[in-house]
Design a protein. Structure first.
Ligand SMILES: Cc1cc2nc3c(=O)[nH]c(=O)nc-3n(C[C@H](O)[C@H](O)[C@H](O)COP(=O)(O)OP(=O)(O)OC[C@H]3O[C@@H](n4cnc5c(N)ncnc54)[C@H](O)[C@@H]3O)c2cc1C
Length: 370
């Protein structure tokens, strides 16, 4: 019998499958549509939470752990598949709202305390220093918090590399266009999952179905453990390279890719499972982009898209066993941070599934288990 049934082929499902086979376990991966086309594809790929000082310790610890795992993962996937996910160390500048007339000293104190606590490089930049760092940015930014060590990754390429790596792996069978209709629950055990193509059985079942995970778990999860929050993005490809760093202002940001593309994000919309794009988001994001980087007004938006983030209470993901079932596990609910948190989440998930000591205290990620 297959060792693990993995339901959902986003970053969590593919990376979990990859890691399991590296330990010698067999995996059956089931995906509703095509692997790597939902939130994990739609995301911006910032390898850090936005305003990371606003998060609880459980997220800061997991972030730091995960960030450290990224370079080796990217090198391994690039060597194995020839696809480079382009981990790009750009730093991240968080503009402070002094330009809007408010006092920001408490945010700065909070950020500095957080950086000291986690030994993270963070500088307070004034208007002149921001101009030196990023000459094409609007001169209206009077103060910013600069984290030089933050990277971004080209998440669609990361997914492409992961898919190629797992497709080459003899221990993994991938079934796409195969939505799981329900879990086959029997007493305290899960036998597997039912699909229109038949039932799939395995020793253990892992739910990595992103925003759809709650639907699948049904009564095995408390209400509103995971729900969809839509995010929309725009893409520019200006001729000259206009941006070198990630720039965040409020909830919106600009992300530079290595080849000069600039991504603009994002919206936070509670609209259920609707992942269509809207004119309103287009207008808002375009106005934001051009206010921050005026030269962008000379270039067209070349793409707009939307994705459904798997939101969870306080944005804390569910990673570990599902309560009352001895062989049912979850790795979902990473909300705005699933790309940065993926390598660390998968590692502590697998440690829990295999009954090994965990690299971090996982209590905070086990709310579905309690
Ligand atoms: C606009 C936007 C910007 C973002 N920016 C960032 C960022 O900069 N940095 C960051 O760290 N994170 C970011 N995120 C968040 C991040 O993308 C998500 O947290 C992460 O991708 C979630 O991964 P996942 O594998 O859990 O979900 P998904 O990628 O959604 O994968 C779940 C998969 O499960 C499949 N599935 C669902 N139901 C079933 C079923 N019944 N049977 C079989 N398969 C099923 C789906 O088809 C899907 O492929 C962003 C998200 C969005 C939308």
């Amino acid at each position: 019998m297959t060792d693990f049934l993995v339901i959902g082929g986003g970053i969590m499902g593919m990376l979990s499958s990859y890691a399991l086979t590296q330990k010698g376990y067999s995996v059956q991966l089931l995906e509703s549509q095509q692997c790597g086309r939902e939130a994990s594809w739609a995301g911006g790929g910032i390898v850090s939470p936005l305003n990371p000082w606003n998060y609880p310790a459980s997220i800061s610890r997991l972030t730091q752990f995960s960030q450290q795992l990224y370079p080796d993962l990217v090198n391994q996937l690039t060597d194995q598949t020839g696809i480079d996910p382009e981990l790009y160390s750009t730093g991240m500048l968080t503009c402070q709202p002094a330009i809007e007339g408010g006092s920001n000293s408490s945010t700065i104190d909070q950020a500095v305390d957080w950086a000291n606590q986690y030994d993270i490089e963070l500088e307070i930049l004034d208007q002149y220093a921001i101009g030196q760092l990023q000459p094409d940015l609007t001169s209206a930014i009077s103060q910013g918090l600069w984290m030089p060590a933050v990277s971004n990754i080209r998440n669609p390429r990361l997914l492409k590399a992961l898919k190629k790596a797992i497709s080459q792996e003899p221990l993994i069978s991938i079934q796409e266009n195969c939505p799981v209709v329900e879990l086959l629950l029997e007493g305290e055990k899960v036998q597997g999952a039912a699909t229109k193509a038949g039932n799939f059985y395995a020793g253990n079942t892992l739910v990595t179905s992103g925003a759809w995970s709650q639907q699948l778990l049904g009564k095995a999860a408390a209400e509103r453990s995971i729900w969809p929050i839509r995010g929309q993005m725009l893409l520019y490809k200006p001729g000259p390279k206009l941006l070198n760093t990630i720039v965040l202002s409020g909830n919106q940001y600009l992300i530079p890719r290595k080849d000069g593309h600039i991504l603009v994000g994002s919206t936070l919309e509670d609209v259920g499972f609707d992942n269509t794009t809207t004119e309103q988001a287009y207008v808002e994001l375009k106005a934001f982009a051009e206010s921050m980087l005026p030269a962008l007004a000379d270039y067209p938006v070349i793409q707009q898209w939307a994705g459904l983030r798997p939101a969870s209470p306080d944005g804390i993901p569910h990673i570990g066993p599902v309560a009352n079932y001895e062989n049912l596990f979850i790795n979902a609910g990473h909300f705005r941070n699933g790309v940065v948190l993926a390598p660390g989440s998968v590692q502590v998930l697998i440690e829990q599934m295999l009954g090994e000591p965990t690299s971090l205290d996982c209590t905070a990620y086990q709310s579905i288990s309690r």
